[in-house]
Unconditional design. Structure first.
Length: 280
C-alpha cells in the first residue's frame, strides 16, 4: 500500500503488486465500480500478478481507504475524482513503476471516469481495458428497463437531496455516495453526455481525441452494463482502436454478473494478456 494525495488534500491508499524479477512488466491501474472498495478486487489483482502483470488498485473518492467519507454533507462529484484523484493516482503509479508501461483497467464507473481523465491526459496510459463500463444513458437499456433506469436514478437523487448523501449500502444499490455524485450520474443518464453538473469541462469533444487501444468488455447478461450501453460509450471514442469482447460467466458467478467476474477471472485475465501483448 502506498499513499495517494490529491491536489485538494484528499488522500487514499493504492494497493501495489510489484515484480522484483521484472520491474518493466506492464502495470494495470485498476479502478473500481461505483460504491465498491478497492479491497474487493484483490482476487483479480492477484490473478493478474500471477499472469505476469504488475498491478495498482486505486480507490474511488468516498470509498474504502479514501479520507473523504460518503456521508451527510460530503461535497464531491465526478469533477473531484477526474481533476484531482486520477491525476494523483497516475502520478503515484508512475513514481512506483518508472520503467513500466501503464494501462487503465476500469470497472463500470471507474472505467468511465478513467477515460474522462485520459481524454485530458492520454499520454499517461498506453491503452485501456474497460470492464462493464457503459454510457449510463437510459437508452442503453431496453424498455421498460430504460424507464426504470431513468426513474431510479432520479429517485436516488431525491433521497440523497433529503438525507444529504445517498445511503446505497442501506438500500442495497450503488453503495454510499455523495449527493453531487448522484446528480452527475443522473445528468448522464438523462442526456447521454459527459457534461456533468460538478465540472466546467465538457468531455464530449475531448473523448473523440483519445487515440489509444481500448478493450471493451461486455459481460453476457449484465443488466447493469448492457452491451448497447457499452457500445454507446465506445462510439464516443472515435479515434481509439476499440476491440469488443464478451465475457461469459459460469456457475455461481452468473448470479452477480456485474461483479462476479472479479472471482471467476481466468478467461478475462487471458484476454487482457492477449490485448496488452498486442499493444505494447
Amino acid at each position: 500500500m502506498e499513499p495517494v494525495r490529491a491536489a485538494d488534500g484528499a488522500t487514499s491508499q493504492v494497493r501495489l503488486y510489484r515484480s522484483a524479477d521484472n520491474p518493466s512488466a506492464p502495470v494495470l491501474v485498476c479502478m473500481p465500480a461505483m460504491g465498491t472498495r478497492a479491497a474487493y478486487y484483490a482476487p483479480f489483482a492477484e490473478a493478474l500478478f500471477q499472469a505476469g502483470f504488475q498491478v495498482a488498485v486505486g480507490e474511488l473518492r468516498g470509498q474504502g481507504t479514501s479520507s473523504v467519507r460518503a456521508q451527510r454533507g460530503a461535497r464531491y462529484g465526478y469533477h473531484e475524482m477526474v481533476a484531482y484523484d486520477f491525476p494523483a493516482l497516475f502520478r503515484t503509479v508512475a513514481g512506483a513503476f518508472p520503467s513500466a508501461p501503464h494501462y487503465l483497467l476500469g470497472h463500470s464507473l471507474g472505467g468511465q471516469l478513467g477515460m474522462l481523465y485520459l481524454s485530458q491526459e492520454p499520454h499517461m496510459a498506453k491503452g485501456a481495458i474497460l470492464v462493464g463500463a457503459p454510457s449510463c444513458h437510459y437508452g442503453g437499456w431496453p424498455f421498460p428497463k430504460s424507464l426504470g433506469m431513468l426513474v431510479g436514478i432520479h429517485l436516488a437523487v431525491g433521497i440523497a437531496s433529503v438525507l444529504g448523501y445517498f445511503p446505497g449500502r442501506r438500500i442495497g444499490a450503488l453503495g454510499n455516495n455523495s449527493t453531487q455524485t448522484m446528480c452527475d450520474m443522473a445528468a448522464q443518464v438523462r442526456t447521454g453526455r459527459y457534461q456533468v453538473p460538478s465540472s466546467d469541462v465538457d468531455f464530449e469533444p475531448l473523448l473523440p481525441r483519445v487515440d489509444l487501444p481500448v478493450l471493451a468488455v461486455a459481460i453476457e447478461g449484465d443488466n447493469l452494463a448492457p452491451r448497447r450501453g457499452i457500445q454507446a460509450f465506445c462510439k464516443k471514442l472515435t479515434s481509439a482502436q476499440v476491440t469488443h469482447w464478451e465475457l461469459v460467466l459460469d456457475g455461481s458467478a452468473r448470479r452477480l454478473r456485474h461483479y462476479g467476474w472479479v472471482h471467476a477471472n481466468a478467461s478475462l485475465v487471458d484476454r487482457v494478456r492477449t490485448f496488452v501483448s498486442s499493444h505494447r
